[in-house]
Design a protein around this ligand. Structure first.
Ligand code: AMP
Length: 436
């Protein structure tokens, strides 16, 4: 028996269900708007970052937020986390793409594609922009967040390790965040790390059964990460584990000493943290992280960085050393706000021009005249002059320019200073001089 037409329709022809929209459309989960009154403090933080970078000779670079997925996947910090957290998609041309979760991989790519490697070395670069990670949103952790990234590419001098730390510390100090904790370690390089990893494995193997599952696995695949483990059951074993800084080759030991000497000379305090590590081979020597001094855990990190002498090669470019740091602007802004820094959100308009409904052409013309002296907004709303005065006051306008039809014909206006309440009659042409 034939199925009824409607049933066939349901099965074979999926219909687009048009659900009547009752809910207003909201932002994507984990993404947020930065509203005008918060932008003032963001601007302060960003301006500080740009100023400090410039003072140290770092030039701004902007790279796309979309990168080939392979660029990120090949160099991703911890393959599992990257796979889970990466915003990955294919475009209409079938390209495998990703929204960048961090900036360094793209900056190193741009350094070669833009031939910065042919300029005087190192290339000192900084970038500010949004990063994307599909992680569980919570306070201080967003799916779109902003980073300040500082990179020195093309030199293996330990002086640059100290320099990028000094850039970060100077920026945060000048923002009033004086109580910082800098944690520092060296993780050696391809010459000395393999032998150290053997020592580490030999130490942990007899303890394997007492470690939790992930760490049991890491013991053979990525033993350095055992030191980074935060699971309580594994903590007692760390203290006696061999420390990599006791097993550095001559070159790494010299660089390690140089970085600390330079930080001492710069008056930057640090704490040696033998458990601060990175999970990928291309990271070398210096690693560091910055916390507010009262911060409790990784969640509070204001930024981190280190040397990545093997990264360029991992991307398929010629071997080239580099060092840098990335800091989370969202968190820095929150701390600057919490520290009580007040930035007056500059009013959008210092002058509000208003007149009766029907005078739009005239008020727009007067606004144009005033704009040569001050920022000006026009109130075009169909409401009483009294209501317009009230909202100009709420906006924080310093002056109001009042236009009436009669006065407009004579090209004069009333200029009222809000604070004093003083009002004077001014010819339109003289308004800029009065407002200057
Ligand atoms: P990472 O690249 O993971 O070392 O992160 C560098 C800094 O970026 C961290 O110290 C945080 O300040 C910030 N950060 C990382 N992930 C997020 C996130 N999901 N939301 C806000 N800030 C973040």
């Amino acid at each position: 028996m034939d199925a009824p037409a409607s049933a066939v329709g349901l099965v074979t022809l999926p219909r687009i269900r048009r659900v009547p929209r009752t809910e207003p459309i909201k932002a994507v989960r984990g993404m947020r708007d930065i509203l005008p009154w918060d932008r003032a403090i963001w601007r302060l933080v960003e301006k500080g970052a740009a100023d400090v970078a410039a003072r140290f000779g770092y030039a701004e670079i902007v790279t796309p937020v979309i990168e080939p997925a392979e660029l990120i996947e090949r160099v991703g910090e911890d393959t599992d986390a990257v796979a889970k957290e990466l915003y990955r998609f294919d475009d209409r041309g079938g390209r495998h793409l990703a929204l960048r979760p961090e900036a360094t991989a793209g900056i190193v790519r741009a350094y070669f594609e833009g031939h910065l490697n042919q300029e005087p070395q190192p290339a000192r670069l900084y970038l500010m922009g949004p990063m994307f990670r599909y992680n569980r949103p919570q306070k201080g952790r967003y799916r779109q967040f902003f980073q300040y990234d500082v990179e020195a590419i093309g030199s293996d001098s330990p002086a640059l390790d100290a320099e990028v730390i000094e850039v970060a510390a100077t920026w945060l100090r000048e923002l009033g965040l004086r109580r910082l904790r800098l944690e520092l370690n060296s993780i050696g390089d391809a010459k000395c790390r393999p032998a150290y990893l053997e020592l580490l494995k030999a130490y942990y193997r007899p303890l394997k059964d007492q470690l939790h599952g992930d760490c049991q696995r890491r013991l053979e695949t990525n033993p350095l990460l055992l030191l980074d483990c935060k699971v309580p059951q594994d903590q007692p074993f760390k203290a006696k584990a061999p420390r990599i800084t006791d097993h550095l080759c001559e070159e790494c030991a010299a660089a390690w000493a140089a970085v600390r000497r330079l930080l001492d000379a710069a008056g930057i305090e640090y704490r040696l943290d033998p458990y601060l590590v990175r999970g990928l081979d291309y990271y070398t020597r210096t690693v560091f992280e910055l916390f507010p001094s009262n911060g409790a855990g990784a969640q509070d990190a204001l930024g981190g960085g280190g040397r990545y002498d093997g990264l360029a090669q991992a991307e398929g470019w010629p071997p080239t050393p580099g060092v840098g740091f990335a800091s989370g602007l969202d968190r820095v802004v929150e701390l600057v706000q919490a520290a009580g820094t007040e930035v007056s959100a500059a009013p959008a308009a210092e002058v509000v021009v208003l007149g009766d409904t029907g005078l739009e052409v005239v008020v727009a013309e007067v606004a144009r005249i005033c704009r040569s002296a001050r920022s000006v907004a026009v109130d075009y709303e169909a409401k009483s002059l009294k209501a317009k005065m009230k909202s100009a006051n709420k906006l924080g306008a310093r002056w109001v320019v009042l236009i009436t039809a009669g006065e407009a014909e004579r090209r004069i206006a009333q200029l009222k200073e809000m604070a004093s309440g003083e009002q004077v009659e001014v010819a339109w042409a003289d308004l800029p001089a009065h407002l200057a």
